[in-house]
Ligand binder design. Structure first.
Ligand SMILES: [Cu+2]
Length: 153
């Protein structure tokens, strides 16, 4: 009855059935999807632009050891991607390949003329001896994945 008065009409107006052209901008499920998508995009950006460049460092040189060893996980990248060793001391680089991407199937260490196939699910050991202090890069077969051996004096 009150809805027929001018005042009642105004009170009920916002609750009237919405027509096709009166849909709200987004319903609650749509907002949830949109927020989820934004969070996913933010995470992907963080993962590729920051996480991949975070300095992941392993120190292979332990005083007194004859051959230092470091395990490098290969899974869409090298982890750690930086290995510190002693110049003149042999280091065992154990590449533990987890992924089956063709990109990471080969590891190349140009300074040591190394090019090795890394079977998925296996550990492949490569022993190198940096002759002098310096940086010795290692990459995948296409130079997309990158890591560095840093030899200290
Ligand atoms: Cu590659």
């Amino acid at each position: 009855m009150s809805s027929y008065t001018p005042r009642g009409y105004i009170l009920h107006a916002p609750r009237r059935t919405m027509g096709e052209h009166e849909m709200p901008f987004m319903t609650t499920p749509e907002w949830a999807v949109a927020i989820g998508a934004i969070a996913l995009i933010a995470w992907v950006n963080w993962y590729f632009f920051f996480a991949g460049q975070a300095p992941a460092l392993a120190v292979a040189a332990t005083p007194g050891s004859v051959t230092a060893e470091v395990v490098i996980e290969v899974d869409g990248g090298y982890s750690p991607n930086t290995v510190r060793v002693r110049a003149g001391q042999p280091v065992r680089l154990v590449f533990d390949r987890k992924d089956d991407s063709s990109c990471s199937e080969e590891v190349v260490i140009p300074a040591f003329n190394v090019r090795r196939f890394l079977p998925t699910g296996e550990r492949t050991t490569i022993v190198v001896t940096p002759p002098a202090p310096g940086r010795y890069p290692f990459t995948c077969g296409m130079s997309m994945l990158r890591g560095t051996i840093i030899a200290d004096a």
